[in-house]
Design a protein around this ligand. Structure first.
Ligand code: FES
Length: 382
């Protein structure tokens, strides 16, 4: 007798994924799927205790790959900055958190099919804290209004930002920092002789976290403004970003030499500025426009050239240009163990030539910043 088999009709939105056995328990697999209309989406499929669940693979925060996150019970943690989602429905386990699209999985015999029409659509309700959002928006405006007059600077003066990176503790152990006093001298000169508007940041007075290596997870996980400032409201790197990117025309950085290198605070700041440099690599967005940098490097003993080389390299990668004699360095030699006399040496007659050099360096940076600003140098070359 002839038997008629009625085939179960499958909805046209079903898309074959793989055999069940291809996703082990506790694991996930990502699928790149195009709809009939050619719209591509990445879907992550998870196996929890033999049940299969699918959500968008793209984190609602900055697009991190959820299939690569750590799975604990039904919660997956984004490998980039730690947002969490329940893979059963795409929802955040935190009240009010963002969710991602979730999809139904059909298990037919030993095969898995995905319903391309999301069973639940993701929602976005997250807003970063006010200071973070303001800086992000101001920088966006700054970049898009680049050929109009600056929206940040309200005077016609050259803005010189000094960043003192010494960690000398002048509260419990008063001692004049040579690098900081040299920077004060430089800013006084810029203000009184060159008519600049000056501002100094003392890094030791800011509370900010170390770089946590988001770049090492993925270049796109290192965003601007830094995700640490987004996560941690108390993080004060925002002040550095704002002054360097929006306010300054010239950045003067001073550092002592510590075991042959710039200060540890300098590196703490520099590593947090990776997100500024990274924008040019990942988004072709050049945050630093028409600005000059210069450096003041002082030490009891040696290694001015090495420190200058590293500083020039980093700030050039941010997009700064340099005037003539972009650094001034000073040390008293290998046998100068009496570092308490470094500052006295600076203000004595012996320091006269250093003061002349500081003035020359400041002048070089200020003049260069005027030139590049007037010529719209960055616009010409990018
Ligand atoms: S937490 Fe997922 S991209 Fe930031």
């Amino acid at each position: 007798m002839r038997r008629f088999v009625t085939k179960r009709k499958q909805p046209s939105s079903l898309h074959y994924l793989c055999l069940k056995t291809e996703i082990a328990e506790g694991n996930s697999k990502v699928f790149s799927i195009s709809s009939d209309k050619g719209i591509k989406q990445e879907v992550a499929v998870f196996n929890i205790g033999g049940n299969f669940y699918a959500i968008s693979n793209v984190c609602a925060h900055k697009g991190g790959p959820l299939s690569q996150g750590i799975l604990e019970k039904s919660i997956v943690t984004c490998p980039w900055h730690g947002w969490k989602y329940d893979v059963r429905n795409g929802k955040s386990p935190h009240r009010g958190g963002d969710s991602v699209n979730s999809f139904k999985i059909h298990s037919i015999r030993n095969k898995l099919y995905l319903d391309l029409i999301p069973s639940k659509l993701g929602t976005a309700s997250y807003r970063p804290h006010k200071a973070y959002a303001e800086l992000r928006d101001s920088v966006r405006n700054h970049l898009s209004h680049i050929d109009k007059d600056s929206i940040i600077q309200t005077d016609n003066k050259v803005h010189v930002l000094g960043i003192s990176t010494t960690n000398t503790n002048d509260e419990i152990a008063p001692r004049k920092s040579t690098s900081e006093r040299s920077l004060e001298f430089a800013l006084d000169f810029a203000k009184n002789k060159l008519g600049a508007n000056c501002h100094m940041i003392k890094l030791r007075n800011l509370k900010f976290r170390h770089c946590e290596g988001y770049y090492s997870k993925n270049a796109k996980a290192c965003i601007f403004p830094c995700s640490i400032s987004e996560i941690d409201k108390a993080d004060q790197m925002l002040e550095v970003y704002e002054r360097v990117i929006l306010w300054s025309d010239v950045v003067l950085v001073s550092t002592p030499i510590r075991w042959g290198n710039a200060s540890s605070l300098y590196y703490q700041m520099v590593q947090r500025m990776n997100c500024v440099q990274n924008q040019s690599v990942t988004n072709q967005q050049y945050l630093i426009r028409d600005k000059a940098a210069a450096f003041i490097i002082t030490g009891g003993q040696d290694n001015v050239q090495h420190v200058a080389g590293e500083m020039l390299m980093f700030w050039s990668q941010l997009g700064f240009v340099f005037g003539k004699f972009p650094f001034v360095g000073w040390n008293r030699g290998w046998y100068a163990e009496d570092t308490e006399n470094n500052y006295n040496n600076l203000i004595s007659d012996h320091g006269a030539s250093m003061r002349t050099d500081i003035m020359r360096t400041v002048k070089g940076a200020v003049e260069m910043s005027k030139l590049v600003k007037e010529k719209r140098y960055d616009e010409q070359i990018m």
